[in-house]
Design a binder for this molecule. Structure first.
Ligand code: SF4
Length: 308
């Protein structure tokens, strides 16, 4: 079978064409053969991972998921393309049907998403993630769902999300400083927008009396926060039940495909006061979190990414 290639990114003759432009990104479509992928490695506590899209228009400089791009040029242009899995809802329905017929009265645990953001901007137009939630809600007991995102667009789906009996939202906020955020992830939403989204979510759920979701803020990878921004950041972190911290994935580990991108190493050089002794900065930040947020669960690395 011919390998997929992508116009503007193909090594040979194009077989797929740009469906549309969304801002400055190329959007492609693809029919997925399967959607639920057996979870492994860092998130092996789950039954499955679920990625509605391939690629991610946030294009964070440190994103390890770039390693899973279809070819070298697309890896280099991480953030400039997205592939929509057009038949995702249909495939998910088939796969859940199979699961529930085999596992009577047992729900699967699903981590959405491991190599994309399910609420990246294009979701506001295509509503693929929303359709997947709709499919999941057709099953009982509903899957245990953990959503990893950095996008305020998640608040659009409060009506569906409050119907999940076991839901955890992991809002990714790796720094409390906007300047740092703009350096490492310039295409992503502001810190304020993410924190406001969580606040809106919590207020709406209580108001609507749905199931109460658990809320984590994942400070992963832990990026520098300027000392002057720290106390304000910590104050706003109190909105979460859990804080997760983690250092960078190693960038030169040949055995690890999902390593941190080289681009990040260059940005890190702008912050010598933090990165000259990265381990010490990490330990000091962790210590402050523990002492200033005594009522919040503080977890590290893999330990923090489970549902429970
Ligand atoms: S939002 Fe997540 S998946 Fe998207 S580029 Fe950033 S780190 Fe990668």
């Amino acid at each position: 079978m011919a390998k997929s290639s992508y116009e503007s990114y193909c090594l040979h003759t194009p077989t797929k064409f740009v469906k549309e432009k969304f801002g400055d990104i190329n959007v492609y479509t693809q029919n997925a053969k399967s959607l639920l992928t057996k979870a492994s490695g860092f998130i092996d506590a789950y039954d499955f991972t679920l990625n509605p899209y391939r690629g991610c228009q946030y294009g964070c400089s440190y994103c390890y998921a770039a390693a899973f791009s279809p070819n070298a040029k697309m890896r280099q242009d991480w953030g400039k393309w997205v592939i929509i899995k057009e038949n995702a809802a249909e495939i998910l329905d088939k796969e859940l049907n199979k699961w529930y017929s085999k596992n009577y009265n047992q729900y699967p645990t699903i981590y959405m998403s491991s190599v994309t953001d399910p609420y990246q901007p294009i979701e506001s137009q295509h509503q693929l993630t929303r359709r997947l939630l709709e499919v999941m809600l057709d099953y009982y007991p509903t899957p245990t769902l953990v959503i990893q995102t950095r996008s305020p667009i998640i608040t659009r789906d409060i009506d569906y999300l409050q119907r999940f009996q076991r839901l955890r939202i992991n809002m990714s906020i790796p720094t409390g400083s906007e300047l740092v955020r703009r350096d490492f992830e310039p295409r992503s939403p502001s810190i304020k927008a993410r924190l406001n989204a969580i606040a809106k979510f919590k207020n709406s759920i209580e108001h609507l009396k749905g199931f109460i979701p658990k809320i984590s803020i994942t400070i992963t990878p832990l990026l520098p926060t300027f000392p002057g921004d720290e106390s304000g950041f910590f104050e706003r972190l109190k909105i979460a039940d859990r804080i997760v911290i983690q250092g960078f994935h190693p960038s030169q580990n040949r055995s690890l495909i999902a390593s941190t991108r080289q681009e990040t190493e260059e940005i890190k050089r702008k912050y010598p006061w933090w990165y000259d002794d990265e381990k010490l900065s990490y330990m000091q930040f962790k210590k402050k979190l523990i002492s200033q947020l005594p009522d919040i669960e503080i977890k590290e690395g893999k330990d923090g990414f489970g549902y429970a």
